[in-house]
Design a protein around this ligand. Sequence first.
Ligand SMILES: Cc1cc2nc3c(=O)[nH]c(=O)nc-3n(C[C@H](O)[C@H](O)[C@H](O)COP(=O)(O)OP(=O)(O)OC[C@H]3O[C@@H](n4cnc5c(N)ncnc54)[C@H](O)[C@@H]3O)c2cc1C
Length: 398
Amino acid sequence: MRRLISGTTYWNKGKDDFHLPPLTKDLETDVLIIGAGMSGTLCAYVLSQVEGLRITMVDTLQVAEGSSSANTGLLQVSSDTMLHEFMETIGEDKARGFYAMCQMAMEDLFDISETLSGTTIRKRKSLYCASSLKDVEKIRKEYDALKTQGMNVEYLEEVEVLNRYRVKCPSALLIDGDADVDPVAFIRTLTKHNLDAGVAVYPETEIALDTKRAHSIRTTEGHRISFKYCIFATGYAQKYDLVKDRIAINRTYAFITEPVGKEPWPEEVMIWETKNPYLYLRTTQDGRIVSGGLDEEKDELVENQAAIDEKVEELKGDIRKMMKDALALETHWSYNALFGTVKDGLPLLGKDPDRDNHFYILGYEGNGTCYSMAGARIIRNLILGEEDPFRDIVRLDR
Ligand SMILES: Cc1cc2nc3c(=O)[nH]c(=O)nc-3n(C[C@H](O)[C@H](O)[C@H](O)COP(=O)(O)OP(=O)(O)OC[C@H]3O[C@@H](n4cnc5c(N)ncnc54)[C@H](O)[C@@H]3O)c2cc1C
């Protein structure tokens, strides 16, 4: 399987304490989930609440060692495509439906956080900045769209953004209802819960995807897994034929600082901006700054740490231009990682068009955790034959 990250990420320091063995025999299960990242783990969590389902997860790596360990942990309702932009491209009903799906996913994540201790979700406001004067109009339009979507949003003029948040930009939206998370700790907490609920998890177990049949698949070691339902939660590592013409794999850069002391900017709002690629920064719950951006349309990793660090210096330069006050940006962790995008800006979640019992949860685009949560719910509803108001918006054969 291809590597997805180069450099050092912050979250995966310290190993999990599961000590789970790989799969060494044939196995029969109701639901097989391939991939133990954010998507697979949330699917297992949601499905573990259905009485009587035997659930098995496998992963080539350990739990949460794929792209989920590169996730910079912003949990937002807003996606990389603004609501009013989606209204122009896919129509108002679908656009509003899609944002409603994300609002519900955020609520689901908050519910999980209230139910399970140690889930590390912290409520935050986002400051969505116009990158230039020409984007002020976009921000105004988005304010109207989000307001009528029922979101708690404030429009801030240049002076207000500067005075209240110490950020330099021509205007911004202050959006309430978002959050941050340590993604790896979150997945590990869910995994502990899933194991207690009877989910079987096999790390270091790679699936040979070309052995896929309607009700079985094999590991690369040749063990046969028979299932009623199979969920492909394989992240950016696999380019499936049924979506390969609609997706692109790009690369991006991120870094995390040493602890910076007290609140580096007011309310520690999560900051991002309208231009593409955009710069984003937030604080972590242990007092660091995490930032990323400078995305490149290249489907290969930068392996050279000096080249990664050069990009990180560029990111720091952009932060200095954006922030009124000097920030302590001493860096210990910096990396380059691949990430997936979809041409129409929507994730790919739901049933294989040719097989009713195979499902994909491909939460491509920047707001991946929200999409993993939404996808887990959609797949649960499809398996149980229950109605789902959002499934047609994100279905694979849309
Ligand atoms: C730098 C960066 C920053 C990001 N920041 C954010 C953010 O702030 N907020 C946000 O919401 N999202 C963010 N994302 C996106 C987020 O990381 C992804 O949405 C998320 O990791 C996807 O989870 P996943 O479970 O689908 O994929 P993964 O975590 O990659 O899990 C897939 C798993 O499938 C396994 N697998 C693949 N093929 C096989 C096989 N054949 N057999 C067995 N196992 C297999 C892999 O080993 C892997 O562990 C970011 C992504 C990157 C790269």
